[in-house]
Design a protein. Sequence first.
Length: 128
Amino acid sequence: MPIIKSAKKRARQAIVRRGRNNTLKKNLKKTSKQLKAAVDKKSKASVNERLRAYQSLLDTAVKKNYIHRKNAARRLSAAMSSAKGLIETSTRKKSASAKKIPTSKTLKAGKTKTVKKNISKTAKTSRS
């Protein structure tokens, strides 16, 4: 048992954090099992819903440093490959780098043109 005040506080914090980590761990396992069950049943709607929930939980776990980002990528890749053929393409995100920008010619024709933005680094670090 800790005697110092700061050590007592650390012990209390560890108990709370352990509880949060265990909850996240249980949710990951539960969602993974539900996804596998949905894939076995070959239910498209259920697979898409479970896959979205599983991806969200993995992202949360990475953000909170519960698992490594490459571990999450590997788990998600395995889940996607097991659900291959059952997932809808609408669950995938589109590229954010390409934006539709109307030009004067396309406004007359009623069309839009896709333009990719080039971001260049202009600020150089200076040594002092």
